[in-house]
Design a binder for this molecule. Structure first.
Ligand code: SF4
Length: 276
């Protein structure tokens, strides 16, 4: 199998089959991220994809879902994605769904009708690294889109009834900016219909531009207590019926639950907060 950039996928996808269809990230400019800093974005040729699928065919892997790599494979145009789905069905006929990471602007080149078609081709549970819906923060972190874009583009997923997860990046605002980040993000998420909200805690990696900002005293990380208070404010503001998943290991306090049980999640966080 050919993986020419870092393999990253959500923990709940650990049993899906990995297949590279792009390399690196088409954006590669988020201030806090160094995952693909030395890698150019590239699209795999059909021949490369078929070679990997033939290898998987021989291995007789029996999982029913494929996870496309790397950072934002959903950015590919619809014709390429339909083609990938067709190749997967030809070589791994037992696969019944396809997922991948996406950016908000991965939807710029897709209409609602095309998203419905992608659903018919097996795409579902696409994971969007939204991180925040606070415009100041989106600009500061160089995410490359605005809150208006988030609302416009993700509403197309809702209209197409194509399931998706959105990521909230806890701590992204740094010291003193958590509440605005939490409230604005929850308010916008309340107008959407994601199947899950995934919580990641900001971990600043060396060699990222945000790390340099910390060194230069231009950004101060939020402390653990501040991050938990931000998370409580975020969850408290959520009104939609969805899952909240904070089980990945970046989180200080792991938890998983429905928004309908948010009171007990907040109680748990408050108890942990007192113990810190
Ligand atoms: S956070 Fe995601 S979109 Fe931003 S540079 Fe990293 S991989 Fe690309």
């Amino acid at each position: 199998m050919r993986f020419s950039s870092r393999i990253v996928k959500p923990p709940f996808e650990k049993r899906s089959i990995d297949l590279q269809v792009t390399r690196g990230c088409s954006h590669n400019k988020c201030k806090f991220c160094n995952y693909y800093s030395n890698v150019y974005f590239e699209i795999s040729s059909d021949n490369e994809i078929i070679a990997d699928l033939k290898e998987l065919e021989k291995k007789k892997v029996s999982y029913h879902r494929v996870w496309l790599h790397s950072a934002d494979s959903f950015t590919l145009d619809c014709e390429k994605l339909y083609g990938i789905s067709k190749m997967i069905r030809e070589h791994l006929p037992y696969v019944n769904s396809i997922g991948c990471y996406a950016r908000v602007d991965s939807l710029n080149n897709k209409t609602t009708k095309q998203l419905e078609e992608l659903k018919n081709h097996g795409f579902n549970s696409i994971v969007f690294g939204v991180e925040s819906c606070d415009d100041y923060l989106l600009k500061q972190m160089n995410k490359g889109y605005t809150s208006k874009d988030i609302n416009k583009q993700l509403s197309k997923m809702d209209k197409a009834n194509l399931q998706y997860t959105i990521i909230f990046l806890n701590g992204l605002g740094g010291h003193g900016y958590g509440l605005s980040h939490a409230i604005k993000t929850a308010e916008l998420f309340n107008g959407l219909n994601p199947e899950r909200i995934m919580i990641n805690r900001l971990r600043v990696h060396e060699n990222s531009r945000l790390y340099n900002d910390i060194e230069n005293k231009e950004f101060k990380e939020a402390g653990e207590k501040e991050c938990i208070n931000e998370l409580i404010a975020f969850i408290d503001k959520l009104e939609i019926d969805t899952f909240i998943d904070a089980t990945n290991n970046s989180n200080i306090i792991p938890f998983f639950g429905k928004t309908s049980t948010k009171k007990s999640i907040i109680n748990k966080l408050n108890i942990e907060l007192k113990n810190l």
